[in-house]
Design a protein around this ligand. Structure first.
Ligand code: ZN
Length: 327
C-alpha cells in the first residue's frame, strides 16, 4: 500500500464526519428515534441535489449527538481516519448554534471535542486547532451571543472563528461585528465564500470580515481582478472537490476548476468538508482529481503554508512533504 503524502486538513466540519454506523449507535445509546432502519438505508438517504437538501439531513442527524462522550468519539473517529490518510495537522470546524438550538450545552460540545483533540498528538500523531463557525442563515445577534458564551475556551481550545451554512442570499457583511470581536480577542478568522455564492462574497469576507483564508472560493475564477488580488495577497483557498460535485456546484470531477486555480497561481489546498456525506476523506479527494505526484506534493505543501502553525512546525512539515516518496 502506498503511503499518503503528509498533509494538513483545513476545511473539515466535525459534524460532517458522522458515519451512518456511528449515527445509529449513538441514536440507540441516547434513545433518539431516527427514520432509518439500517446504515444502508441511511447511506441511501445521502443523495442530495444541492446545499439546502444536504443541510436538511445534516442538521436532522445531529440530533443523535447529546453527550460529551458522543462528541469525543466523533472527533476521535475522524482523527483516526485522517491519520490513516496522511493528515498531520487538522483545523477542525464545529457549529455551536446547531447544538445549542437542540438543547445541548456549549460545555458539552467543547469539553467533548476538547478531550479528543487533547489526546490527538499522542494517539494519532496529529496536532489540531478548533474553529468555531457561525451559521450565516441565522441572525448575526445570535452569533454574538454564542461568541461571548465561548470566551472561557478562547486561546486554549477555540483558536479561530468561521462562517458557514447556506450561502446564497446570506451575505457576509452582517457578521462584521462578531469577526471584529474575534480579531480583538486574538482569534484567527476564516469564512466560506464563493461556493454557491458570487465572487462579491469573497471580496466581502476579505474586506468586511478580515478573513485570513477563504473556504471554497471556487467562484472567484469568474472575476479576474479578484483572482489577481488573491494571488498577490497569497490568500489561501480551501477547496473541497468531492463536496463540490455532490452538491452540484461543479457538474463532475473532470470539470473541477482546481487545475485552473493552480495554473492561475492561487494558493489552493484540497480538503474533505463533510467527508461522511460526500463520499470520501482527504486522500480520497486528492485521488479523485487524478493528480500527478508533484501536484499532490504542491497541494500538500500548500496545506501547511496555509495552516495556522508556528513557523518551526510549518518548516518541519514542509521538509517532510519535500522528502516524501510516492510509490
Ligand atoms: Zn464547509
Amino acid at each position: 500500500m502506498t503511503v499518503p503524502v503528509p498533509k494538513a486538513e483545513l476545511h473539515l466540519h466535525i459534524e460532517g464526519t458522522l458515519e451512518p454506523e456511528a449515527a445509529l449507535a449513538c441514536a440507540a445509546r441516547n434513545g433518539v428515534e431516527l427514520p432509518f432502519a439500517s446504515a444502508d438505508a441511511l447511506r441511501a438517504a445521502y443523495s442530495f441535489t444541492d446545499l439546502a437538501s444536504f443541510l436538511d439531513l445534516y442538521y436532522a442527524l445531529m440530533a443523535v449527538l447529546r453527550t460529551e462522550r458522543d462528541f469525543t468519539e466523533l472527533a476521535d473517529a475522524y482523527l483516526a481516519r485522517a491519520a490513516a490518510q496522511g493528515v498531520r495537522h487538522a483545523e477542525i470546524f464545529f457549529d455551536p448554534q446547531a447544538h445549542l438550538a437542540r438543547g445541548v450545552a456549549l460545555a458539552t460540545v467543547l469539553d467533548g471535542l476538547g478531550a479528543a483533540l487533547a489526546a490527538a498528538p499522542a494517539r494519532h500523531g496529529i496536532t489540531t486547532r478548533l474553529i468555531m463557525c457561525f451559521l450565516r442563515d441565522r441572525p448575526a445577534a445570535e452569533a454574538l451571543e454564542v461568541f461571548e458564551a465561548a470566551r472561557p475556551w478562547f486561546g486554549t481550545l477555540v483558536t479561530g472563528v468561521g462562517l458557514d451554512s447556506a450561502e446564497v442570499g446570506n451575505p457576509p457583511a452582517p457578521f462584521a461585528e462578531v469577526f471584529g470581536r474575534a480579531r480583538d480577542a486574538g482569534l484567527r478568522r476564516v469564512a466560506h465564500a464563493g461556493e454557491e455564492g458570487p465572487p462579491a462574497y469573497v471580496r466581502e469576507v476579505l474586506d468586511v470580515l478580515g478573513a485570513e483564508r477563504v473556504d471554497h472560493g471556487i467562484r472567484s475564477l469568474e472575476d479576474p481582478e479578484l483572482v489577481a488580488r488573491l494571488v498577490r495577497e497569497r490568500v489561501p483557498l480551501t477547496v473541497c472537490p468531492l463536496s463540490n460535485v455532490r452538491l452540484r456546484c461543479v457538474p463532475d470531477l473532470a470539470a473541477h476548476p482546481l487545475p485552473r486555480m493552480l495554473d492561475a497561481g492561487l494558493l489552493v489546498t484540497v480538503n474533505s468538508d463533510d467527508p461522511s456525506y460526500f463520499g470520501g476523506y482527504i486522500e480520497d479527494n486528492y485521488a479523485a482529481l487524478g493528480l500527478d505526484d508533484e501536484t499532490s506534493r504542491l497541494l500538500a505543501a500548500n496545506s501547511f503554508r496555509a495552516a495556522f502553525l508556528p513557523e518551526d512546525e510549518r518548516a518541519a512539515h514542509l521538509r517532510a512533504v519535500a522528502a516524501h516518496r510516492f510509490g
